[in-house]
Design a protein around this ligand. Structure first.
Ligand code: FE
Length: 205
């Protein structure tokens, strides 16, 4: 479900939205558009369209959204988290890193700038971040390619909605990747990830 853009007028085709001009239903992949479909703005033919480069955050969110239906309703899945959440993205060690929350986990994810794998799948890769050194695991994410993942919290049942989830995502990003970290989190940094995330949990019953 990659977005495309017109190579003539640069207007976009977003599969999530479809195209009201040509009466294309939302959810229609670019590849599935009829052969006679043309740019709704400048009338360029379909062949003039190019896949639009996606920022990492959007690629991660799209990738996990496609997995969400498969895990819906499982005990590990938080039904109040109705979407995938992503932090800002930071460049580090030849790649980009972000924190992502799905309805079942909170992960830090690193992707190489050239998109290549840095280790075989399942291998541990040590990454030094401003807050400490972490063991990432090499893997593959459909729609993104080779990634390094660091599990921060799983499951994530205590978050009562997307707002609370986003607060935790942003707090985790700050705590992991940026220095200085908030005063109340500092004593636990680099010692126990569990303690860190106890502090990041939203308060309340
Ligand atoms: Fe166009």
């Amino acid at each position: 479900m990659t977005p495309f853009e017109c190579g003539v007028c640069w207007s976009g085709y977003d599969p999530a939205e479809g195209d009201p001009v040509w009466q294309i239903e939302p959810g229609t992949a670019f590849e599935a558009l009829p052969a006679h479909w043309r740019c709704p703005k400048c009338d360029a033919p379909k062949e003039k369209f190019l896949a639009k480069p996606q920022p990492l955050g959007e690629r991660l969110v799209r990738a996990w959204r496609t997995v969400m239906p498969r895990l819906a309703g499982l005990p590990v899945t938080n039904s109040r988290l109705t979407d995938v959440l992503c932090s800002r993205v930071v460049s580090t060690e030849g790649g980009q890193l972000a924190v992502v929350m799905t309805p079942w986990c909170l992960n830090a994810v690193w992707v190489a700038d050239d998109g290549r794998a840095v280790a075989t799948r399942g291998a541990t890769v040590v990454r030094a971040l401003p807050s400490g050194t972490y063991d990432f695991v090499a893997g593959e994410l459909e729609g993104v390619g080779p990634v390094l993942s660091l599990s921060l919290m799983s499951p994530v049942l205590e978050f009562d909605g997307l707002e609370a989830g986003q607060v935790a995502v942003d707090a985790a990003f700050e705590a992991l990747l940026l220095a200085p970290v908030p005063v109340q989190v500092t004593p636990t940094m680099g010692t126990s990830r569990r303690e860190l995330f106890d502090l990041l949990r939203p308060s309340g019953p």
